[in-house]
Write a protein that binds this ligand. Structure first.
Ligand SMILES: [Zn+2]
Length: 112
C-alpha cells in the first residue's frame, strides 16, 4: 500500500472516484460538527480582534457568540475524540479498498 505518489514521492495524493460502488469512509457526525464550528470560531475571534484593534472593543453579543461557539467546539472535540478510534479504522479500510489514486503535484494517476 502506497500513500505517496510513485512518480514524484509527493504525499499530496487524492482518491479517484470508482463509481457508485466506491467505498466511503464513515465520517463521524462529531467531525461534521467540529470542522464548521472551528471555522466559525476562527471568524468570530478574528472579528473580535479586529474590533478590539479599531478601538471599540468586541460587543457583548459577539462575546457571548464567541463563548457559545467555543463551547460547541469543545463538545464536538470531545465527541470526536471518542469517535476517533472508529474513524481511524474506517479510514484505514477506505485507504485499503481504494485502488485508484491521483497525485495533486504531478497529476500522475495509478492503480494499487
Ligand atoms: Zn506525483
Amino acid at each position: 500500500m502506497q500513500y505517496r505518489c510513485p512518480k514524484c514521492q509527493s504525499v499530496k495524493i487524492m482518491p479517484v472516484s470508482q463509481g457508485a460502488n466506491s467505498p466511503r469512509p464513515n465520517v463521524p457526525k462529531s467531525l461534521v460538527l467540529l470542522v464548521p464550528a472551528i471555522f466559525i470560531l476562527l471568524v468570530l475571534v478574528l472579528i473580535s480582534v479586529g474590533m478590539w484593534i479599531f478601538g471599540h472593543g468586541a460587543g457583548q453579543t459577539l462575546q457571548i457568540a464567541t463563548v457559545a461557539v467555543f463551547g460547541v467546539c469543545v463538545i464536538a472535540g470531545v465527541l470526536f475524540w471518542r469517535d476517533l478510534p472508529d474513524f481511524k479504522i474506517s479510514m484505514q479500510a477506505f485507504m485499503q479498498a481504494q485502488k485508484h489514486w491521483k497525485c495533486r503535484d504531478c497529476n500522475h494517476e495509478w492503480q494499487n
